[in-house]
Design a protein around this ligand. Sequence first.
Ligand SMILES: Cc1cc2nc3c(=O)[nH]c(=O)nc-3n(C[C@H](O)[C@H](O)[C@H](O)COP(=O)(O)OP(=O)(O)OC[C@H]3O[C@@H](n4cnc5c(N)ncnc54)[C@H](O)[C@@H]3O)c2cc1C
Length: 233
Amino acid sequence: MFRRPRPTHDAQVIAVTPLTPALVRLTFHGPTLDALGVEHPTQWVKLGVPEGHSRAYTVRHLRPAEREVDIDVVLHGNGPLSRWAEVVRPGDAAVLAGPRGRRPSFEDAGHALLGADESALPAALTILEELPAHIPATLFVEVGDATGAGLPLPARDGLGVHWLTRDPALPKGGTLADALLAADVPSGTTAWLAGEAHSVATVRRHLLTDWALPRERVHSKGYWKQGEADHKE
Ligand SMILES: Cc1cc2nc3c(=O)[nH]c(=O)nc-3n(C[C@H](O)[C@H](O)[C@H](O)COP(=O)(O)OP(=O)(O)OC[C@H]3O[C@@H](n4cnc5c(N)ncnc54)[C@H](O)[C@@H]3O)c2cc1C
């Protein structure tokens, strides 16, 4: 498929803030980041590092006036971006290309069901921050262990939160999938799911077939795939 080239923005890391043992916030400053133009929740950029690798990361916050961007990176220990994020220091250079991504529509939703692992939690939080206040929401998050839970969440009435500690006997994403396969899905639900590709696909099928949600009410994306570097879908 033809894709327009992404505008690229040179940037410098200006702060490294651990959020949990598995998630670190990198704050970037760049002379053109005021023009990044993020318009809706879940938009993402390709984050390129000096060794030449690049991967997709959600723009957690954009502060155009300061020309700053926050990106929350999972330290899973097994890829060039994760390893870079473990050792990065203020002053290090990077390139942000984008933004990309479609707006997940929650128009007319009677309930928002959000399912995420740690890689998709930043995007899920961007949705929660912009979701109209009258839509009740339920958030399921799989985290590596109990220290991953408890990140500050947007204050809103009617928000149900399930922090799920990963069952080490299951593949990554399996704990999230099992919880969502067992969850109630109120009528009028619009779902947004992201994380490990197999688990996301399993839950998507379940919502479409067992709960008969219309396709336009199930937004889903495999953000990474077990055993595959630089997964794209
Ligand atoms: C639209 C979009 C938005 C995303 N937003 C974020 C974000 O905000 N924060 C974030 O951390 N990630 C996010 N991701 C996921 C991120 O792009 C992938 O996790 C990416 O593979 C990380 O690159 P890497 O170099 O660390 O590992 P890769 O070189 O891509 O993979 C190396 C190995 O690590 C495994 N792996 C990759 N990611 C994970 C993981 N999260 N947990 C466990 N094992 C993994 C792979 O299966 C592979 O075996 C997003 C992905 C997409 C598509």
